[in-house]
Design a protein around this ligand. Structure first.
Ligand code: AKG
Length: 267
């Protein structure tokens, strides 16, 4: 049973939040890019990916979401997605069997491969890892439906769920234009200095993060937020009345590790 607090929206306005630092000027200076990433544990690259590459994944996801009755069909596939009124994911969202099926279909799709293997992404990941990057496990497309604060991604560190993945970097890709009320990602820079913090449970995550300095802002389709395995992050609640937040997270590890992670059972 969920605690009462988990039905309350998680709102950036209740936290100390400043905008992300744009790392674009460092793209021509790999050493400086790596130094920024290692210091902050996160990078923000606005407009980094071609909109059509991300749009193709959005189109794939929304076709399945339409079939499940979660979203309103729109064959023109704009970077906004309307929810079907009253639509809900079951359970905790991530254990809804239809959502799990969607993840499987997505991972087998050429659209996802084209995104995950995009050369611009691999250039950045290889710069951060110091060797070629391999796409790891635990890659998801998230649909955050309006009116579902109980499915908000609360503050956590990925290393808690993927305890072997100390060298992993995650790329968070908004697949729709995501203003603040749609629930963009929030990240705490320099989290690795804190080590792995106590998580109350896989679903609750880290309970008290109000004293921390968060980075977050409205983002567009094509932007990227990259963060390491110890970066404390969340996604604010979708409090839009009508729209769905769609995003993907794609994880990478050094090729020398084989791209295999040990996913902690989520209960
Ligand atoms: O987008 C979300 O709601 C979750 C993202 C996340 O936690 C991750 O990428 O690790």
């Amino acid at each position: 049973m969920l605690g009462a607090a988990l039905t309350e929206p998680l709102l950036a306005r209740d936290y100390q939040v400043t905008p992300f630092e744009d790392a674009t000027p460092l793209l021509d200076f790999p050493d400086a890019l790596r130094a920024r990433a290692e210091s902050l544990g996160t990078l923000f690259l606005p407009g980094f990916l071609p909109a059509e590459v991300v749009g193709a994944v959005r189109g794939f996801v929304r076709r399945l979401a339409d079939e499940h009755g979660w979203t309103q069909p729109d064959a023109s596939n704009p970077p906004t997605v309307k929810g079907m009124p009253g639509a809900k994911l079951n359970g905790r969202g991530w254990d809804d069997p239809h959502w799990v099926d969607l993840q499987t279909a997505l991972r087998l799709s050429p659209e996802f491969d084209a995104l995950a293997e995009h050369p611009r992404l691999h250039f950045v990941l290889e710069t951060l890892l110091g060797e070629p990057a391999a796409c790891a496990t635990a890659n998801y497309a998230w649909l955050k439906l309006p009116g579902s604060p109980e499915h908000t991604t609360r503050a956590h560190q990925d290393l808690y769920y993927l305890p072997k993945s100390t060298r992993m970097w995650t790329v968070w890709v908004p697949m729709v234009d995501t203003p603040e009320d749609l629930g963009p990602l929030g990240v705490v820079p320099h989290s690795r200095d804190l080590g792995l913090l106590r998580h109350a449970s896989p679903f609750i995550g880290i309970e008290d993060t109000r004293g921390l300095d968060w980075h977050s802002q409205a983002v567009q389709c094509g932007d990227l937020v990259i963060f390491d395995a110890l970066a404390i992050h969340c996604a604010w609640s979708n409090v839009s009345a009508t729209d769905v937040r769609l995003s993907a997270d794609i994880r990478y590890e050094p090729t020398s590790l084989g791209g295999e992670t040990g996913l902690r059972a989520v209960v």
